[in-house]
Design a protein around this ligand. Structure first.
Ligand code: UVW
Length: 327
């Protein structure tokens, strides 16, 4: 597999300038008010599917040094009353825990508070367009220097926020297509031809402005057994299939949408580069599609509305989310 094939596709799918030289949201521009309105009309049963995983210390992250599972810390809890006033009463008066003492004194109010220390991409997430780049250029030709230690000045997740994100969505069930048990085994990347076959066999059309959800079964496997080994992801060349259909965003139930083995030496995640940098198409990762896929198989309807707003993290290059699908 040569790098030339990658560069040739990069030329074909590049959307730079398509929505103006200042554009920072890329293919989300395909989502028009009409598409949002029509997607709401797909909600007929009143069924709601939560597509977010738990944000937990036992989440999907493995050994990566730059990305860990979240740490959850209580800053005031039910035990503090006892600790401050009974176990260590001097703290209340010597100043060490005066604030806690004031809160936990004779007032009727008791309360709890907490914080999380987490990577924005530790579990269910959106990648911002500023998340992946090469040759010092982001989507739309913005300099990679615009992403600094204080955040992404260009193409950050805060820019994505203006679109909702909500649209019509379709689920392409590769687990069902391949007849896999829980997850599609690793070693055989999911091709554009299979996406097409899944859509045809499910009798659903992928349209302009869609959010495409690809069911590989990874999250189901992980949730059931704790197994973090990869399942099959998308073949990087499927980027052009999304480009040709003018898809707004792609999300999958695995760590990176595309397969962890790209087959191109020296180009680890080519689909990230083609989609985020060339097309301006965001990836959703670690979406839990278990219950939604089961429901689609049951009622035979693979189109629905998805509502998946990112947090407004100024300059963030990703955002944790808890998307919902509505049928
Ligand atoms: C990288 O790990 C670079 O990207 P992602 O988490 O989007 O797969």
């Amino acid at each position: 597999m040569s790098m030339n094939e990658f560069y040739e596709m990069a030329e074909r799918v590049r959307n730079w300038g398509r929505w103006g030289s200042d554009d920072e949201i890329g293919t989300l521009n395909y989502i028009t008010p009409e598409i949002v309105r029509d997607s709401a009309r797909l909600v007929t049963k009143g069924s709601v599917f939560q597509l977010g995983m738990d944000f937990s210390p036992t989440g999907p992250q493995g050994d990566l040094l730059f990305r860990r599972n979240p740490m959850h810390v209580m800053t005031i809890d039910g035990g503090d009353r006892g600790a401050v006033s009974e176990t260590f009463p001097s703290w209340e008066t010597n100043g060490l825990a005066q604030e806690y003492g004031a809160f936990m004194g004779s007032d009727l109010l008791r309360f709890t508070d907490d914080m999380i220390i987490m990577h924005t991409q530790s579990a269910t997430q959106w990648d911002a367009l500023a998340h992946a780049y090469y040759d010092d250029k982001l989507y739309n030709g913005f300099s990679a220097d615009t992403v600094t230690s204080v955040g992404a000045y260009r193409c950050g997740i805060d820019k994505v926020g203006v679109r909702g994100i909500t649209s019509r969505a379709v689920l392409l069930d590769i687990v069902a297509l391949r007849g896999a048990d829980t997850a599609v085994p690793h070693g055989d990347p999911i091709t554009a031809e299979e996406l097409e076959r899944a859509a045809n066999s499910q009798n659903v059309e992928v349209r302009e402005g869609d959010i495409v959800l690809v069911h590989t079964g990874w999250v189901t496997k992980f949730t059931r057994s704790g197994d973090r080994s990869p399942s099959a992801g998308l073949d990087w060349r499927a980027a052009e299939w999304f480009h040709d259909r003018r898809v707004a965003a792609v999300a999958a139930d695995n760590s990176g949408v595309e397969d962890v083995a790209s087959g191109i030496t020296g180009n680890m995640l080519p689909m990230h580069l083609l989609c985020l940098r060339e097309m301006g198409l965001s990836f959703g990762e670690f979406w839990d599609l278990t219950a939604l896929a089961a429901d689609c198989a049951e009622d035979g309807r693979y189109e629905f509305q998805v509502v998946a707003p990112p947090l407004r993290i100024s300059g963030g290059v990703g955002s944790p989310i808890n998307p919902v699908a509505l049928k």
